[in-house]
Design a protein around this ligand. Sequence first.
Ligand SMILES: [Zn+2]
Ligand SMILES: [Zn+2]
Length: 300
Amino acid sequence: MDAIGSSRVFEPYVQVIQNANISQYFWDKSLLQPLWDYLRYNHADALRSPLFPVLISVSTYFVSCTLYMILDLMALRCAAVTRYKIHPDQPVTWDNIFKTLWQTGYNHVLFVFPATVAQWYWRPPLPLVEEAPPVSEFLIGIVSCTILFDFQYYIWHVLHHRVRWLYTTFHAIHHEFSAPFSWSTQYLSAWELISLGFWASIDAVLLQCHSLTGFAFMVAVIWISVDDHSGYDFPWALHNVIPFGLWGGTVKHDAHHQKPQYHFAPFFAHWDWLCGTHCDYKRSSAVTQRQSKKRKESET
Ligand SMILES: [Zn+2]
Ligand SMILES: [Zn+2]
């Protein structure tokens, strides 16, 4: 117990760094083994509980939304923050925060928690295998799940815009805010929230990923979704770092809220390119200035 207690979780990592054999741990052994051992020995019941995925998603959601909310409050007074906002003229109000929080709480209490508790009766117990996934398999698993989720939501999203009844009944509520902010991420109908939650939990199973990969993918999906709605266009954001505009990010999802017939994909940009549903998008003044400075430098 002591060998895998919390105080010793980091010891193997120190040894790996000291021995400078990280690549071996990336492909063969697992750098994640000490962490997985710690979780299995100390929190096995929690990991097996059907409530655990909900706990992960709700806590990730609240932490990431709160971080962006702090930025929103700072943006009201601080120009250094406002310059990264896509719509600096549309500050986030407390009314909007309470309205979106109410909808999130309503959906979780009335639909998500009952659906999760019902899983106790039919879901087989989660296998907690001894071996942790190698880091390479872990990362490939997360990227593969993200690509699959992106495709599923693209189809769902296009359908819920093109079929009038689906739009008015299930998706229109999410478009009440044309300038999204973090808490508007889950300002959704129960049907949309349950569809998203279903794919976030089933995709790792479909692709036969390790449980640890599945949990990490869930955290990634929530974080990316909140980031998409944050309303910030930082120069270091994924959509500005990943080449060829492959990543959608905040700017493209913001364009969807401004022009709802474009940019349906939640994460990547390829489906919108292939299906001709892409359009121009607005940037923050910080990124625009940076781009024009680079252009001038390359011209001289
Ligand atoms: Zn949205
Ligand atoms: Zn939409």
